[in-house]
Ligand binder design. Sequence first.
Ligand SMILES: C[C@H](N)C(=O)N[C@@H](CCC(=O)O)C(=O)O
Ligand SMILES: [Mg+2]
Length: 368
Amino acid sequence: MKITDIRFGMLRVPLKTAFKTALRTVEQVEDVVVMIHTDTGHVGYGSAPATAVITGDTHGSIMHAIRHYIAPRLVGQEIANLNRITHAVQASMEKNTSAKAAVEIAVHDLWGQLYGAPLYQLLGGGEPAITTDITISVDYIDKMVADSLAAVDRGFESLKIKVGKDIGLDIERTKAIHAAVEGRALLRLDANQGWTAKQAVYALQTLEDAGVRLELVEQPVKAHDLEGLRYVTERVHTPVMADESVFGPMEVIELIRMRAADIVNIKLMKTGGISNAVKIADICGLYGVDCMIGCMLESSIGVAAAVHLAVAKSDVISKVDLDGPSLCRFDPVSSGVLFNESEISITDAPGLGIRAIEGLVAVDEPLA
Ligand SMILES: C[C@H](N)C(=O)N[C@@H](CCC(=O)O)C(=O)O
Ligand SMILES: [Mg+2]
């Protein structure tokens, strides 16, 4: 099975409610879909959103990077030589992790199709079912409480509460949600870099003193501020998770060396795909550092790949934030991963098992 061509499409899916974080507000998922064609007629699917505020990638940069830097190294390659392909993807250029991720996802989809097995089985196997949390966007307190109660009624037992806009309000937001759902859901906070280290310590100690037990706090300080992250980690009981601070394996090694955080959030769009995500899980496994598997606001194509990885690496990945599809009004993708609110399961379909993508708009430009 040899790669012959790489084509693009755009997939847009409206959200149930606006997705609001300290970094951005979004009304719909907008993914570049990558389709890798082969000489056997098999097509592999991958996708990437443009999370410019986190990765620096835009739809234009994703397609440009694939078209001009990645694709020329892949056309003609045998899918059976997976490591050679992922190495070529990673060596093609610096950064551009979303483009690399979309391509690696599609290549892994084909790898599964080549061997007639769902991807998670080739990555090491596991129980093909996981449970995700759901994100509660940062908003007025009443709206966040109502959204949290609705999520709990939908069966979510873990809420990822977005904060990081205003330290005083963030404390009130968290207290109000805690009071409303106490005992019915675990609470995770994600400040998306919105606090200073001192503010984070103040907020978390205030919540701890008030008896608000948090499962973890994610990325309280700026991405580049590893010292600040360590400052927080050393001063609070709440486990601290690094998200925007760590993209690839080298950054994770540095984070562990500095003891800057307790948990690592692995996202394919930050790692540049599955090969580096596996490396990060293995590094964290060696050092006994717990991991979350996360996603950007993205469609169920890329999230499906993350589900396969989470199942295969469940010894290290104990926390799941793969709620992209649950935040959408509908799922236009029929695949081997079934998203049913908090419960996600995988069928026996080979690769990612993608059968149809409704509303996919082809981007008709030649590769070169
Ligand atoms: C969607 C997921 N729950 C999430 O919050 N992901 C990111 C933000 C991604 C985005 O802005 O698209 C996170 O910070 O964890
Ligand atoms: Mg985060």
